[in-house]
Every structure is written in C-alpha cells, then in structure tokens.
Design a protein around this ligand. Structure first.
Ligand SMILES: Cc1ncc(COP(=O)(O)O)c(C=O)c1O
Length: 435
C-alpha cells in the first residue's frame, strides 16, 4: 500500500465522512517552498490554490518563519486575560488599513468565528435578529454561519439564530437579471433588495453580509459599484453592511487591498481570516468602535490573537506590504486572466472566466443550455494534478475551477501554470470524447 492510500484508509476510520477531500486518490502535502509543494510520495506540484487562498505569501517565507520561531522560543500562549503586545500592534495596523473610521479589532481563530462575532455585534447593536445574506454565499460552518449560507450543498442544518432573507448578488451567469447590461443589472438587484426589505422582513433588519467576490460560490464577481448601490438602500433604514473579506482581503483582487473597495463604499464591519496568518490560525472582525463596544456581557477568546498567531501574522502582513504583493497580484493576475481567456476561446464548455487579480473562476457547462458540467470540471482537476498543478474547485454545482495562487507568484510560474492548465483541459476533454 502506498503512503497516500494508507493515510486515506486511516483518515476514513477516524475523520468525518462530510469533510471533503480533493481527488480520486487524495494526497498529503508534506513540504513546500515558494509556490511549490511536495506530497508524501515525493511528487511536486505548482500550487495555484494555496490551501484555500491561505498560504498568501508562499511557503517557507524566511521572515515569517523566523518570527514564528522566535516567538515559539519564548512562549506560545497567554490568553486574552493579559496584554499581548503583538496583538495590540497587529490590531493597530489592521484598524488603520481597514478603511473603517474609529475601528477596533477582535481576533478569532477562524473565518467562521469572525463572522459569528460580526453577526453577534450587528444583531446586538441593532437589537434585531434579521439578516440579509446573498444567494450563493458561504460564510463558515457554525450554526450562525450556516444560517447565512446561500448554498444547499454547504447547508448542514436549517436551525438558525437569525431570520434570514436572501438577496441577489453578482452571479450574473445564472441570474434572472443576468441578460441586462451591468448598470441595469445593478438597478434590478437594488430594486429586489428594496422589495425584500419592504415585503419579506419585519422592517428592522440588523445587517446585510456579503462577500465582495463569492469564494466557495465560484468566484462570482459583481460589477464594480454593485455594493455602493445596495448600501444606498441599506442606509435608508440604518442597516449595517458587513463585508466578508476572508477570501478577498490583503490585496488578492489586485486593484484594491479589500474587495469592498471596488464598490466605493465604507463597510460598518469587516471580517478577515485565511491569508493573514499565511497558515496560522488567525482571523478577526473589524468594526466601528460604537458597534464593537456595544456588547454588555463579558467575553474572552482563549486562543484568539495569541502571541504565536499575532507574531506570525504581523511578520506576514509586513512582508505583504513591504513587497507590495497587491501590485504583483494585479500584474500576474492580469497575465493569468488573459492566458485563461485565450484557453477559453478554444474550449466551448468554458461558459465564463471571471474574477479579479489572483482570484479567477472558470465555469464549465453546456454552452447550449448552461447545464453545469461537473464531470469535466472534476476531470480537469485530476488531469491538472497528474500534470503537477494544484487548483481548487467550487461554484454552486461544483463546476467551477478556482485559480488562486499565493500573491507572490512570479510571471514565469504563471506561464508554467497556464501551460499545465491548458494541457489538463485538453486531456480531460479528449478523454471525455473517447468515453
Ligand atoms: C468567504 C468566507 N467566509 C468565511 C469562511 C470560513 O472560514 P473558516 O473556514 O476559517 O472558518 C470561508 C471559508 O472558506 C470563506 O470562504
């Protein structure tokens, strides 16, 4: 038995069946450097998914590793009952970067927890449990995060602490308003939002939460300005706007540091996770001070923002800023986007290429009726892996490739990845034709 099949057998014995694994023959990644990883059987890959957009700066970044080692040499943990200098410094930097006036930061261990905290703050601040979420959304795995998840395949339960209404988002391809030009599409979504608030809610909605580009939803990307128009309606009733930047933050979209900035809007709350820790458990919520401080009960976070996580995250954030990885995401993202469009010109089953910066979705389906092609998408994933390229998958039907390499990717690596992707698509289509 090979190492991977042995691990898979043991994994199945003791880990949940619903914890999805990629690939017919799942792999264990045991080593990495830059944008390349090695699996437990010695195969190497160019990594265009970075552990779900989380290894943001790349593997084994010396500055980040050194900061983690130095902190580990001193101590790992104290709890939020004590002052933590690296936590304070990181909060100062994030508050200043957030674009939210008079901002405060609460650190958590995951994006789920960050969204839980944001929803707790918004519902307490507004004294309402009514939330607007977006169709096709994904915000995490707890009861409250699943309650605002707009995708059946990720909704493990309907139990909910909230009263949730779903509004239209930016996924034009399958939207009833999708045939409209961008401006009219936005108008139609805004009219629907107004209708939803007036007709389907009890009138005192707490907040709307949205991903500027939907991650698990398949990198569905609304036209620029979409959320400013939506917020115009929210502002009429004092409804808070929570931007979930778990996937779109830290410069990944290239044009902006945060996804919300494509929309000329100021959020009331912002959640982050994934990339900041470059793999450390590090997440949080940023809110205006009046919202952050509205809770009357005590709270702690035993692990949230602990010395190890904040020391590593500080070093990683400094690395991202000092090396201007946002500009790299814009440059190499455009290169990848152009290359993928060239591939798509030859592949009728590619229905849409979308996204921004280093967040590119490729949706597969039947060009005649848009029926999702889940089989071809899965086959491309397998062929890419066989050719030494790791990519992600998502979309409402699992029919969208998600291409999201570390922000430090080079132009040479982008070209190499494009070749591998093209070959994988060609091989997958060829095999499908023959079967
Ligand atoms: C947009 C978004 N929000 C929240 C989450 C939940 O984050 P975590 O898995 O760290 O709990 C995810 C995870 O994929 C996400 O993509």
């Amino acid at each position: 038995m090979g190492k991977h099949s042995d691990l898979l057998a043991r994994h199945k014995e003791v880990l949940p069946s619903w914890m999805a694994l990629y690939y017919r023959e799942p792999i264990a990644i045991v080593d990495g450097e830059g944008r390349r990883v090695t699996d437990a059987e010695g195969n190497t890959y160019l990594d265009f998914f970075g552990g779900i957009l989380t290894t943001m700066s790349g593997y084994r970044v010396p500055e980040v590793v050194a900061a983690i080692k130095a902190q580990a040499d001193r101590m790992l943990h104290t709890s939020t009952l004590y002052l933590i200098e690296s936590q304070i410094e990181l909060a100062e930097k994030i508050a200043a970067l957030s674009g939210i006036p008079d901002a405060k930061v609460f650190f958590t261990n995951s994006g789920t927890e960050a969204n839980d905290a944001a929803l707790m703050l918004a519902t307490q601040f507004r004294k309402s449990n009514q939330i607007l979420a977006v169709r096709g959304s994904y915000h995490g795995k707890s009861h409250s995060a699943v309650a605002i998840t707009g995708q059946k395949s990720w909704s493990a339960t309907s139990l909910s602490p909230f009263n949730v209404s779903y509004v239209h988002g930016g996924y034009k391809l399958r939207s009833p308003f999708g045939h409209l030009p961008d401006g009219e599409f936005i108008d139609a979504c805004v009219a629907d939002l107004r209708d939803m608030i007036d007709i389907a809610t009890a009138g005192d909605v707490a907040a709307m939460i949205a991903e500027p580009i939907q991650g698990v939803g398949g990198f569905a990307t609304p036209p620029d300005g979409f959320f400013a128009a939506m917020k115009g309606v929210l502002d009429e009733d004092g409804i808070l706007f929570i931007t979930d930047e778990v996937q779109t933050g830290w410069g990944r979209t290239g044009e902006h540091f945060w996804g919300y900035q494509a929309h000329d809007v100021t959020p009331d709350l912002l959640t982050f996770a994934k990339g900041l820790g470059n793999g450390l458990a590090m997440a949080g919520v940023v809110a205006r001070a009046d919202i952050m401080d509205c809770l009357k009960a005590n709270s702690i976070s035993t692990f949230g923002g602990n010395p190890l996580a904040t020391a590593g995250a500080l070093a990683n954030l400094d690395y991202v800023l000092e090396n201007d990885l946002q500009t790299n995401a814009l440059k190499v993202g455009n290169q990848l986007m152009n290359g993928i469009h060239r591939i798509a010109d030859e592949v009728p089953e590619i229905l849409e290429v979308r996204g921004k910066g280093l967040m590119i979705g490729v949706e597969f389906g039947d060009p005649a009726d848009l029926a999702p092609d889940v089989t071809l998408t899965a086959a491309v994933m397998e062929e890419a892996k066989a050719g030494g390229l790791l990519i992600g998958k998502g979309g409402l039907y699992g029919n969208t490739l998600r291409i999201a390499p570390p922000l430090s990717i080079t132009e040479e690596e982008a070209d190499e990845g494009l070749e591998k992707l093209k070959d994988a698509i060609n091989r997958a289509r060829h095999k499908e034709e023959q079967s």
